[in-house]
Design a protein around this ligand. Structure first.
Ligand SMILES: Nc1ncnc2c1ncn2[C@@H]1O[C@H](COP(=O)(O)OP(=O)(O)O)[C@@H](O)[C@H]1O
Ligand SMILES: [Mg+2]
Length: 365
């Protein structure tokens, strides 16, 4: 078990800076997921924590001790890679026991350590098999078992299930969560898959282009995105973003989308630090774009332009002036393209951003 801290960490590969002033504290026993697009610096950060990569400047602390100059072997951190390489000529037992060979355990102690970890991973019945006789999911269970058998201070996982098919990924996701609950080890998990991040993390670290964008619980990053990047990276379909004008002062403010005549009335307390008279970026998720079959107070008439039937629900595009907004509706709510519907926006689920910096204009609440 361990607390991991990164302080002002920078990493250059030649002239290319891939980690930009990273500050992060991972608490003892916490499950943190680093989420970001390919190339944003996730693997490099993880490798730096493990000691597989040096940092250019800054500090990495494990339980308060600076380790950035220590070798990987002296950090007691285990690493699971996406491309799990098991030793093909060894049995599952021998693969899991491999990290224990230098530890000087008795045979009985070693048997117990391997059986414990195999039990948690539900692969006790596979210990005599060779890797070639295992499914992809079981191979990855063995790779995780090998990482855990020494009871490391922390477990780092780099897209550990990215190579598996969708159904197996879902199963393994649940298992990794169960394993974390059973073992409680400090875990840092890297993925580009937001569903994986949302379902596993105590806290998500969102990265973009080497820069940490936001750290927060899954509901935090979803409900209170710090900037436009996070707002549009988390959530599917992506949050609608439209430049809007805000007119009015005190009480209700009119939010005009796509340059239409008139707009939607929002109580001014939802505006946060957004100022009336200005153009701001409105972010509104498809579930906060509300459609009606009938004309109603506060709704505007629109035509639906595209319908994506997704089984459990539909995504319907509607055009407001120059702006298309995507709405999430019940299946079959809009029968066909071109049908007239009425639309409104839920002010309680509206986000406002500075159109230049992209930073959230949320108030203190
Ligand atoms: N050993 C290396 N030498 C040079 N550039 C590297 C090296 N490793 C990674 N990079 C570059 O650093 C950036 C971040 O890579 P990486 O940390 O692997 O991102 P991610 O895991 O988020 O996809 C990428 O532009 C990548 O090409
Ligand atoms: Mg990577």
């Amino acid at each position: 078990m361990a607390r991991i801290e990164l302080k002002n960490v920078q990493k250059f590969f030649g002239a290319l800076q891939v980690i930009k002033d990273m500050n992060l504290t991972i608490d003892d026993g916490e499950f943190v997921v680093m989420l970001g697009q390919s190339g944003c610096g996730k693997t490099t950060t993880l490798r730096a924590i493990a000691g597989l990569e040096t940092v250019s400047s800054g500090e990495i602390l494990i339980d308060g001790t600076a380790v950035q100059d220590k070798k990987a072997a002296d950090r007691d951190i285990a690493f699971v890679f996406q491309s799990f390489s098991l030793y093909p000529h060894m049995t599952v037992y021998e693969n899991i026991a491999f990290p224990l060979r230098a530890v000087g355990m008795s045979n009985a102690e070693r048997d117990k350590a391997v059986e414990d970890v195999a039990g948690v991973l539900r692969i006790s019945n596979l210990l005599k098999r060779r890797p070639s006789a295992l499914s992809g999911g079981d191979m990855q269970r063995v790779a995780i078992g090998r990482a855990l058998v020494r009871r490391p201070k922390a477990l780092l996982m780099d897209e550990p299930i990215g190579a598996l098919d969708a159904k197996l990924r879902e199963e393994m996701r649940a298992e990794i969560k169960r394993l974390h609950i059973a073992r409680g080890s400090t875990s840092v998990y890297v993925t580009h898959d937001q569903i994986e991040a949302m379902s596993l993390a105590d806290r998500i670290v969102i990265m973009h282009d080497g820069v940490l964008q936001q750290i927060g619980a899954p509901e935090d990053v979803y409900l209170r995105p710090a900037n436009l990047f996070v707002a549009q990276f988390v959530g599917s379909p992506v949050m609608n973003v439209a430049d809007v004008t805000l007119v009015g002062d005190g009480g209700d403010v009119t939010v005009t989308v796509g340059g239409t005549d008139g707009g939607f009335a929002f109580p001014d307390h939802v505006l946060g630090n957004a100022r009336t008279g200005a153009v701001v970026s409105l972010g509104i998720r498809p579930e906060a774009v509300l459609l009606s079959h009938e004309k109603a107070d506060g709704y505007m008439e629109v035509a639906s332009t595209n319908i994506e039937p997704l089984g459990s629900h539909d995504i319907v595009d509607v055009r407001l002036g120059s702006q298309v907004l995507r709405a999430r509706t019940e299946s079959g709510f809009v029968a066909g393209e071109g049908q007239t519907v009425w639309v409104t926006l839920d002010p309680a689920q509206a986000h406002f951003f500075d159109p230049t910096s992209g930073m959230s204009l949320r108030g203190p609440n």
